[in-house]
Design a protein around this ligand. Sequence first.
Ligand SMILES: [Zn+2]
Length: 481
Amino acid sequence: MRLLIKNGQIITHEQSYFADVLCEDGVITQINDHIPDENVTEVIDAQGMLIMPGGIDPHTHMQLPFMGTVAIDDFESGTKAALAGGTTMIIDFVIPNPQQNLLEAYHQWRGWAEKATCDYSFHVAITWWDDSVSRDMQTLVEKHGVNSFKHFMAYKNAIMATDDMMIASFSRCIELGAIPTVHAENGELVYHLQQSLLERNITGPEAHPLSRPPIVESEAANRAISIADTLGSPLYLVHVSASQTLDAIRYATENGQRVFGECLAAHLTIDDSVYQDKNWLHAAAHVMSPPFRPKNHQQALWNGLKSGALQTTATDHCAFCAEQKSMGKNDFTNIPNGVSSVEERLMVLWNNGVNTGQLTMNEFVAVTSTNAAKIFNIYPRKGAIQINADADLVIWDPKATKVLSVINQHSKVDFNIYEGMTMTGIPAYTIAAGEVAYQRGEVLVKVGKGKYINRPPYASYYQTIEQSHQRKVAKAVKRDQ
Ligand SMILES: [Zn+2]
């Protein structure tokens, strides 16, 4: 398979220039002024279009068993939606039940993901702790290409990671060269606020944001950052949604810590007024954690992306249809948490970020692809346009428009949180592993075409972290008896 892309402008996280790109057998083999179209299988004329690294969504939940049901997009429909939006790789989550063997859970998820149409990888959640968990973390890092472990500080009585678990797990991450990540929300406070709202008979979706105010997020973020600092590990915060959390990240990084922040396309676009909607299903469709925030937090997130305090954008794609959301009809705490967004992320970031002047095109590439590849240690195989990089590309038409809607989406869910929004700047083609996977409205790729991507452990972060940590540890004083 030899695919030639001609006449386009290449946009990477650091450069913009005109060149043709030749993809052969899944990788980029030539980037040149004029590549002759002899012996090629297919030619795409990208005149007037931009060639960018395919999106990497570092936070999705396909087919997740959660809150008594299972997310409706499986690895087939979810990755088709990703490709239709210009995303060529997802990093999903293995979430073992408490007491479930980690390797068993990992193999379960690998089995579900065999249907994936784009490349994928897994973070593994630490939902309980004993010696077997510690041992299995090592096997996952050394034999199965896992270099990140997730800790849910929320969801008490379910998958919540308590401080003692995080201390044990972050320490283990340091030994193994893996990076800990956290969902930062104080699960005890959330539980307390939920119960007190229910006692006052406030049971609808409007109670959801009241049970998870910004301080619940920033307290947990500060705690995780403090644990990481004490132990000497880096830290990645998923779905930062509150300005107070950004303050915590800035303080930590200015004081020498390696703290990375992710935000979601949805949090950048939608505010908490959705929970006041008179239609119960409309409000419930927006129930996700952390919840949508008052408008001022949105601008704080854009500022975080601009300043580099936030490095990545994701979706937390976890789709539940109306029937599933209705499980919480009489009690908001039973509404399955999650929204769909994997198809729309790049368009939303472009339309609301690049078109408004908040992000340059190069910054767009950084926050939708390259930074995730770097942080999760798969750069420059992913997130780059260079010789020998995987030929995962999006050919972007910056002038074309599309109205986002449940009618034309590829997700199986029956709702679109961006319904009716017109996007200017959309993917014309998505190239995955050197082949056209999506073209003008149609996903063309075969089921199961996606590959599992191994992510090797880190070396370099840990040398510097270890050195600075050594300086902090006091030497024991020898005294005469
Ligand atoms: Zn999530």
